[in-house]
Unconditional design. Sequence first.
Length: 291
Amino acid sequence: MELDHGRMSLVDVGTGPVLVLVHGLGGSWRNWEANIPALAKDHRVVALDLPGFGQSEPYPGEVSVGRYVDTLVDVLDTLGVEQATFVGNSMGGLFTIETAARHPDRVDAAVLVSSGGIPLTSLRSRLLTIPQARMMSRLLGMRVARWVIRRSRRARLFLGGRVFHDASSVDPDLLTVALDGLGARGFESALAAGADYDGRVRAAKVSCPTLVLWGSRDPLLPVGMGRELHRLIPGSTLEIWDDTGHCPMLEHPARFSNRIVAFAEQVRSDPRPPVLEAFLPPRHPGEERRP
């Protein structure tokens, strides 16, 4: 697909209500490869490579969260899609929040999977998480590092432990793709655009039915960020999966696909978000913990 900024790579399969799958930092459409067949049985699935990732050309000039959102809307327009359910992981969740807040007529429901949106302001994030991400990106931008990852299971499991709860449970080919993407051309500019972005005000403006799904063992974004998003988004539901890291769709693909289908069906049968749930007291209202 050709857009104003350049060539955009995506997968568009199936028929029915539209699901737009938005990958995270260092990802690509292939992060959803294990889910697409199941999701496409009853949906039209659009899984894209964001600019600068996978096979999509990077943005020329300044990169911002708003520019990514404009690109997502351009994709919908080009494909002739009026409205879709967005499923965003990590950085893709941040873009989903902003798209739903700015274009409520285009997003009929949202699934935020270990989503960005709450600023990484803790000392740990400033001194460890963000510098570590930059270091991994620069390392994996080197050919020799990518060569080692493709050939060394031990190297894949070591680096995968920084993202997944149990990297050995992830399909080896998809694990390689996921790690290789950390060296993408658009990685550092996207990290800079999203690291200091405060989505808390925008999250409160999300009016569509929203599922916040988090791994209890996420090594990158703590569960507390999921609880904060849940608190801010009216009528949202928080679901925490035990023994799961930052990418549930790769760590538990069948379970994840089934959950997305069930959520989409629930939204179609009753599109109104359960607003009262957001105001129930204690015990993190709407939270469900799943083993």
